[in-house]
Design a protein around this ligand. Structure first.
Ligand SMILES: [Zn+2]
Length: 240
């Protein structure tokens, strides 16, 4: 920790005309250097579970990505489902992106949650560094506590590039560039996208991004879905 005296000495040199105003000096120090001074403890994946409420840094490889969007208050970030005073007062919700990553190192696997106003271009196999706070929340879905890193910042250290399975014959992987048709002559990725649409309310914009990400186009799914509007936002549903 930096002492008040050190801050004041620094401030007095920078701003001799305001010398002695400790309150002003501390405020500037905190806002200018406070964020960077936040200490993140470098951790291995297996230690995340036992580090609830700590600020941690974890470097690892991304082995699972779940992406979704939800509508949230642009002022305080509360979800539309949860609600807040701004939304009650008529604030228009914005779409937010949520990514749940499973990443690991030589010791284990941890879960990291990135919430962002913009899409995050992280892919399977990427090496990533995340910094954030370890949080514990009860999942009603899983009926148990879930421990995750709520990510404040991240860096993709190395893109995965092309990862090939050990032998393309006995590994059932679908690559965008090499689509395997199933027995009905259909692209199995279409089924995955339709399952995603059925799984929860999805905007058209989101589905278009998922299509692009997987090397697909709108025309690949258009005969299976319909677009509808709510409050000027276009959503997609599966035609039954
Ligand atoms: Zn709000």
């Amino acid at each position: 920790m930096v002492s008040d005296k050190e801050i004041l000495d620094w401030f007095n040199k920078q701003y001799p005309e305001y010398a002695g105003n400790l309150e002003l000096a501390k405020l500037l120090w905190k806002n200018k250097f406070g964020q960077q001074k936040k200490e993140y403890t470098k951790m291995k994946a297996r230690n995340i579970e036992s580090s609830v409420d700590e600020f941690v840094e974890l470097e690892g490889m991304v082995a699972q990505i779940r992406e979704n969007t939800y509508l949230a208050c642009p002022k305080c970030g509360a979800s539309l489902k949860k609600g807040c005073e701004h939304l009650d007062a008529g604030e228009e919700p914005i779409e937010k992106y949520i990514y749940e990553l499973k990443l690991g190192d030589d010791t284990g696997v941890a879960t990291a949650l990135i919430i962002s106003k913009d899409p995050v271009f992280v892919e399977l196999g990427d090496r990533i560094l995340v910094r954030g706070k370890v949080t514990k929340r009860f999942s009603e879905y899983l009926e148990r506590d879930e421990i995750k890193i709520s990510v404040y910042s991240y860096e993709i250290i190395e893109k995965a590039g092309d990862i090939s399975p050990p032998s393309s014959d006995d590994v059932n992987l679908v690559k965008a560039s090499d689509v395997v048709k199933d027995e009905n002559g259909e692209d199995p990725r279409v089924k995955q996208i339709l399952a995603m649409v059925k799984n929860g309310k999805k905007t058209k914009a989101f589905i278009e991004r998922v299509l692009k990400y997987r090397g697909m186009e709108w025309k690949d799914i258009e005969k299976f879905v319909e677009v509808y509007k709510e409050k000027d936002i276009e959503y997609v549903r599966v035609v039954e």
